[in-house]
Design a protein around this ligand. Structure first.
Ligand code: 6PG
Length: 246
């Protein structure tokens, strides 16, 4: 079983399989609590490779019949500017691991669409989707019940990269991330949106994450890394990691 250490709320699993079990158990418990309270559970999914096993476990015989899929709304924290059939697509990764394997009402799936003319238009459409799905009044922020985030080796979360101007934006829900070093371009939610979440699960597994995790926990870069700016004012961050990363 994973154990929780220190006020940082870092949960240490023996290995990736145990990390996935711990994350899915926590997602299930949280979804049951929130659905009982508010009738709906809004989750923003992470892309990348770490969460694949988590999404697949949610769709497995052990869990598929325990989630109230019709009351769960799936959003994405970021997307690569590729077709949804592209192997790089975060939508495709989630569709293969989860969406095509369980019965989720299509209206509950809110992808960042990449069939617009450019990433800026895509980001604007996604902001509209957030406003309508969360029924936001002018200037209000969506409060996700849970946001899943992976951790890049450079300390990025979603598609908020170190030193990027997008990190400083305070008046946008979602933005394009374009640049010669950003291949493919991205669309990402912003830091203020992330920090409005009730719960944030950081998913960090594997030996290749040991260095960045150590640096982050030691406050490297005088807390300027994107992951170090994940600090929800009224929410909680749980770090799910495993022994090879920690
Ligand atoms: C993406 C993710 C990105 C990812 C990290 C960690 O679109 O790739 O949003 O932020 O979570 O880069 O990726 P891994 O889980 O593959 O290590």
């Amino acid at each position: 079983m994973s154990k929780e250490t220190s006020k940082l709320r870092l949960r240490l699993a023996k290995n990736y399989e145990e990390l996935c079990q711990d994350v899915v158990r926590n997602i299930l418990a949280l979804s049951e609590k929130i659905i009982a309270l508010r009738g709906r559970f809004a989750i923003a999914l992470s892309g990348g490779s770490t969460p694949k096993g988590i999404y697949a476990l949610m769709a497995s015989p052990d869990y598929r019949n325990r989630f109230q899929w019709e009351k769960i709304h799936f959003f994405w924290g970021d997307e690569r500017w590729v077709s949804p059939e592209d192997v790089k697509s975060n939508y495709r990764m989630v569709a293969e691991a989860l969406l095509t394997r369980v019965d989720i009402p299509p209206g509950n799936i809110h992808p960042i669409r990449t069939d617009h003319e450019n990433p800026e238009i895509s980001a604007a459409f996604y902001e509209k989707e957030l406003v309508s799905s969360f029924n936001l009044k002018n200037g209000e922020w969506p409060h996700f019940d849970l946001i899943l985030l992976g951790l890049g080796n450079d300390g990025h979360v979603a598609s908020l990269f170190p030193g990027s101007p997008e990190l400083l934006l305070t008046n946008r829900l979602a933005v394009p991330v374009v640049g010669e070093k950003i291949e493919p371009s991205r669309v990402t939610v912003t830091l203020p949106l992330i920090n409005q979440a009730e719960f944030i699960f950081l998913l960090i597994s594997g030996r290749e994450k040991a260095e960045i995790l150590k640096a982050v926990l030691e406050g490297a870069g005088n807390n300027s890394l994107p992951v170090q700016k994940v600090n929800p004012q009224d929410g909680e961050v749980l770090w799910f990691t495993d022994q090879s990363a920690a």
